[in-house]
Design a protein around this ligand. Sequence first.
Ligand code: ZN
Length: 327
Amino acid sequence: MKKRYFLLPLVFISLILLVLDNNKTVVNKEITSDVVSINYPFFDIEIVDNYIKDYLNNYSDKEKVTIDYDYYNDEDIYYVTFYRNILDNNKVISGSDSFEIDVSSGNASKINKTNYEFDFVKYKNIDTNRKIVALTFDDGPNYNTNKILNILNKYNVPATFFVLGSKIKGNENTLKKMVDSGMEIGNHTFNHLLLTKYKESVIKREIEDTSKLIFEVTGKYPTLLRPSYGSSNKKVKKAAGMPIIIWDVDTLDWKNHSSKRIISRVMNKVKDGDIILMHDIYSATANAVDNIIPMLSSMGYSFVTVSDLFYYKEVPLEKGKVYGYAR
Ligand code: ZN
């Protein structure tokens, strides 16, 4: 008898754990052939999985299609975004679709849709004989960010902005303008804390709150993390859930506030495959960028976003790994 009573608390604990552990395991599945490369999430919930299959079927008759996805969840609600590149009649049509999926009820609905059309030639026309670099801008957005965006747009140059969650409110239009002009938006944490000093729950909150806010404003979930100060440790890598992007050319614009010195730092250090660190919140940086772009162009450099840099250099990006360049 005594032995059985001893087991009772264990039964209760197991029951409580069963109730608490309602997090769904989403499995990645893929469909690949010569012309098709599709990654999609599998929920093991018939109604949801059929909904996703129906969506993907829309693209099964195209000449060539690549589809990938990202997701995050807020308890039972999963937000899934599919990114697609479709070659159709010699044009690449890129776009994304986002869905809200409630795994408790099986309800799924589309919440956002964007479509961009590129000329195929333009889209793939990164001359592989040219050197490529990624310009990156941290700590914004603020009032100066638009100045930088206007300069980038003037030269038709894409860049990657690692934004702070705490700076997004009031600057939503700047974020939308980034997306509209082909910029990439990365996560630079919410409050610019030195993450390595904090516990995992704080690190996660810093990253996730920022990603959610970026998604709410732009409809795109960021896929790159740049921790504040570029510092990471085991905890940060584990919590990141995405590749960690640092840099190998530091312009020191935050220290010098001199466009001349920013320009000479870049010119002295730049190499093919580099990631260049700047801050979009300073006006000296804007003036420097206005000079750096034509100078690097004439030296045989093209400009790409960080994701494209790794794509063109064929360096695979892995979650929780740290990258300072692509070579
Ligand atoms: Zn920073």
